[in-house]
Design a binder for this molecule. Structure first.
Ligand code: BDR
Ligand code: CA
Length: 331
């Protein structure tokens, strides 16, 4: 039997420790063909994000185009990156690094997304796991982007689960709420993988140790070092993580949704983002879409999002480990 062709993916990212584990999952999974990495500010500056993407590829022995993207939010002022969560370098303070041979692609992230979507109409899935400025800018450059891309899957937002940067806001959406609202109203096939599901899936340090022990490779050793740092943050916050050290799998779940959507339960509803005030960054899902509300913004013809509300956590954890233990790294 012939395998179905792998899905072409552009990974829009701000590496970031969970971004790094998601990248390695994408490189390891046979159903994913990574055709570009577009970077953004978020967990680190955009320059550091691009440096980290190139470094992670170098360690894994892979060549994928990497671009530099937006450095600041669309409207609101920038904030300092969360060095206490991901480390000052975004990868858990790795210290000395080996040299990297690959150079950046000279295009801006938004232009790269547009060029690739035009070159492969209907074929590319965009997996976005940072603030959404690159996508918002790409939409401005090419208004037909929603039909040129196959699908957008984003890690961000939350509906019922409390936020992680305010009582209602998730970090990626908080970091650029104006860009996010454009993305939720653009009219593409869009899935939201937010805290409602990512806070249900904890990957343990022990799993990363097993993966590193199997491969004995700089890529998985480095991932273990980075996750060790990241896990300390989560262990300090949550009792159930402190007892079995690990971390939420956030960005990884966007790729798991891509390869195995049946592990998730979704609701298809309109989503808007609060851009100002106390609720800034909140993703508001219109649960009662049979009501025609009298205020603008919730019209019945507004685009809908497939919002992940439930997840088979053991299924995700098993798929992650099984994939990462496969033979995806060359010596
Ligand atoms: C999201 O914020 C970032 O810190 C993580 O990389 C993830 O994309 C989780 O809220
Ligand atoms: Ca991220």
């Amino acid at each position: 039997m012939t395998r179905p062709k792998p899905t072409k993916v552009i990974y829009d990212t701000d590496p970031g420790v969970d971004d790094a584990m998601a990248l390695y999952f994408a490189l390891a999974h046979p159903a994913i063909e990574l055709v570009g990495i577009t970077t953004t500010f978020g967990n680190v500056s955009v320059e550091q994000a691009a440096t980290n993407a190139l470094y992670l590829l170098e360690l894994a022995g892979r060549q994928v185009p990497v671009t530099l993207g937006v450095a600041v939010p669309w409207v609101k002022p920038s904030e300092a990156p969360p060095a206490h969560i991901h480390g000052a370098d975004g990868l858990g303070n790795l210290g000395a690094r080996r040299p990297v041979s690959q150079q950046l692609d000279p295009r801006a992230s938004a232009q790269f997304i547009v060029d690739m979507a035009r070159a492969h109409p209907g074929e590319i899935t965009l997996v976005a796991v940072g603030p959404l400025g690159n996508l918002s800018l790409a939409l401005q450059l090419e208004p037909k982007l929603p039909v040129l891309l196959r699908e957008v899957i984003l890690m961000g937002g939350t509906v019922s689960e409390p936020g992680n940067v305010s009582p209602v806001a998730e970090a990626n959406i908080w970091n650029d709420p104006h860009a996010a609202d454009r993305v939720f109203t653009a009219g593409w096939k869009l899935a939201m993988v937010g805290l409602d599901v990512t806070h249900r899936v904890v990957v343990t340090l022990e799993q990363f140790r097993r993966i590193a022990a199997k491969h004995q490779h700089p890529a998985t050793d480095t991932l273990l070092t980075a996750v060790d740092f990241y896990a300390r943050f989560y262990s300090g916050l949550y009792q159930h993580i402190a007892s079995t050290p690990g971390c939420f799998a956030h960005d990884l779940l966007a790729f798991i949704y891509l390869v195995q959507p049946d592990l998730f339960q979704v609701e298809t509803k309109g989503v808007r983002v609060a851009t100002d005030g106390l609720a800034q960054g909140q993703t508001i899902m219109n649960r009662r879409d049979f009501i025609q509300y009298p205020h603008p913004g919730w019209e019945k013809d507004k685009p809908r999002t497939q919002v992940c509300m439930e997840v088979d956590a053991p299924g995700c954890i098993a798929l992650f480990e099984e994939t990462m233990l496969g033979n995806w790294l060359t010596a």
